[in-house]
Design a protein around this ligand. Structure first.
Ligand code: ISL
Ligand code: CA
Length: 555
């Protein structure tokens, strides 16, 4: 029997940028509550909320200072309970972001752990400098090892009070928790229980495959993430996950989706194989790396064939994938894989067709359903993301000219998906009555929910139709995936279940393309509203065909 999270379409909310209810320029929980009916109307069954916990917001909430408190920017615990309750009454289940690889340095555990004698000392990784008396704290030579962080820095920060360094794989305000300490496990389990008891239906587990550090030995020198062989998807991680599952998750009907970075399909499968009882599913990244060179800051042209190959490989390997084309760490999918200038509507609908017809649980990121595009900022002054700020600083140190740096940031910054949701054509796109914490994309005049709601041909309506189609179709939900054709501009695949088959045809081209496979069938949905299959595809044409031959000619 299928699990509830296999039947539903999920939607990610980045709370800071979703809807501001009180005019302080920051999205909040009452704002989310006010928009729930719209999400229900779209057909959403699962909401993933990026962090709303207490946090100094060094990394917009991915640095948690109290896991049992709501950040006042977002509202109160009563608001949160109301959100869980209201969502539930609409048949929407809430998935919280669980950020447990690290805490904020302002978390009371960390504050206590700065005292070497504190029982909290061992909650984190504290190590003395290497250099003895002679080395100055912070000198490269003095650092406990040579690891480098996800945010383009060294992984160690010196603490005056302790006279030692602590490990941080992300910003220095995000110290890593020590999972060799059973006390840390106990704390984390009790946090999960706290939220599950409140009625939360599951967790999106932030960078979950970094949790277990096998050692703090020197790393093999690499272009990025030196040291990662000591913590990426280690055997100890599997044990941890099995323990969480056995002791907590399985006691509730809890859904877990792991954010797993730098995993191979086989590792991804091992982490989410139902037999092993670890995670339910994972977000993989390889398809998001097909237009990058080694790191995301260096882009290469988008290759639909490479993209389709990678997607197919993961579709075939994972027991149950979690599919996505964008999130709060990526750039906008329309800007990236479609054509927002010439073919915003057809290409947006084509990407929607792809996402909603793959095998696995689809995740839509806020604004994707409207065709929101990358930001229109003109300088670093408008950038808020800690990662972009660090990268810019590093690039400056490397003497990369300002214009080139800006080009890199523009093409890759996480702020591209963090601009406020575009609700209507009133000032700031209806997101706030005050001054937004980050600028709204000026294209809100043309791209906004209110306009799209009123237009039956809009991208929003197309998403709604696709979701409804998927909900009614066993083959779209549960059918096997088979790639039928992958070319430089075309991706064709089938989904099959018993004697039912659908064929998904997607063009990634701004020109006409010819389908050379002998396909026939009823058109279930088409982004040009064509009622019959025509092998000459229009720019970015997409359709789902019901293969009537397979069903013995029955329509
Ligand atoms: O966006 C990235 C840098 O290019 C990713 O490497 C990202 O940092 C990685 O996917 C982990 O992301 C998650 O954990 C981070 C947080 O900043 C991200 O927002 C979160 O999704 C640290 O908690
Ligand atoms: Ca607010």
């Amino acid at each position: 029997m299928a699990a509830w999270w296999q039947e539903q379409v999920a939607y990610q909310i980045y709370p800071r940028s979703f809807m501001d209810s009180n005019g302080d320029g920051i999205g909040d929980i009452p704002g989310i509550i006010s928009r729930l009916p719209i999400l229900k109307n779209l057909g959403i069954g699962i909401l993933w909320l990026s962090p709303v916990y207490a946090s100094p917001n060094d990394d917009n909430g991915y640095d948690i200072s109290d896991y049992r408190q709501i950040h006042p920017d977002y509202g109160t615990m009563a608001d949160m309970e109301e959100l869980i309750h209201q969502a539930e009454s609409l048949g929407i289940r809430l998935v919280m972001d669980l950020v447990i690889n690290h805490t904020s340095d302002e978390h009371v555990w960390f504050q206590n752990s700065r005292d070497p004698k504190s029982p909290y000392r061992d909650y984190y990784y504290w190590r003395p400098g290497k250099g003895g008396q002679a080395a100055k704290p912070g000198d490269k030579k003095d650092l406990p090892n040579n690891w480098t962080s996800f945010f383009a820095e060294d992984c160690w920060e010196y603490d005056e009070k302790s006279q030692e360094y602590y490990l941080h794989l992300f910003s220095k305000k995000q110290p890593d928790l020590n999972y060799h300490n059973p006390q840390v496990l106990k704390e984390v389990k009790s946090i999960m229980t706290f939220w599950l008891d409140k009625g939360v239906a599951g967790f999106r587990c932030d960078v979950i495959n970094l949790l277990y550090k096998t050692s703090l030995e020197k790393g093999r020198r690499r272009f990025i993430l030196t040291g990662s062989e000591h913590y990426l998807t280690t055997p100890g991680l599997h044990q941890l996950l099995q323990e969480f599952r056995r002791d907590i998750w399985d006691k509730y009907d809890c859904f877990t989706v792991g954010e797993t970075v730098f995993v191979t399909p086989q590792q991804g499968q091992d982490l989410s194989d139902p037999e092993r009882k670890e995670l339910d599913t994972i977000f993989s990244f390889e398809h998001m790396e097909t237009d990058q060179i080694i790191v995301k800051w260096f882009k290469r042209p988008f290759s639909p064939a490479r993209f389709a190959q990678v997607i197919s490989k993961w579709q075939k390997t994972l027991f149950w994938p979690a599919n996505y084309l964008e999130n709060h760490d990526q750039i906008r999918s329309l800007s990236r894989f479609g054509d927002p200038q010439k073919y915003p509507l057809p290409s947006g609908k084509m990407l929607a067709t792809l996402l909603l017809s793959l095998r696995g649980t689809p995740f839509i990121y806020q604004g994707q359903e409207l065709g929101m595009t990358n930001f229109d900022f003109s300088s670093m002054a408008e950038i808020r993301d800690i990662e972009s700020i660090n990268v810019n600083r590093l690039a400056k140190k490397l003497k990369i000219p300002a214009a080139l740096r800006w080009k890199m940031i523009q093409a890759t910054s996480r702020d591209n998906t963090r601009t406020p949701m575009q609700w209507d054509s009133s000032p700031h796109g209806g997101f706030t009555k005050g001054t937004p914490w980050i600028s709204v994309n000026q294209n809100y005049h043309t791209i906004n929910w209110e306009k799209e709601k009123a237009d039956p041909e809009s991208l929003w309506h197309f998403y709604q139709r696709l979701i409804a189609l998927r909900q009614q179709s066993e083959v779209l939900k549960f059918g096997d995936f088979t790639p039928l054709y992958i070319g430089s501009k075309l991706f064709i695949f089938s989904r099959s279940l018993a004697d039912e088959q659908v064929i998904i045809i997607l063009s990634f081209s701004s020109r006409a393309q010819k389908v050379k496979l002998p396909l026939t069938g009823n058109v279930l949905i088409n982004n040009y509203e064509h009622k019959n299959f025509n092998p000459i595809l229009k720019p970015y044409e997409a359709m789902i065909l019901q293969n009537t031959e397979k069903t013995g000619g029955k329509p």
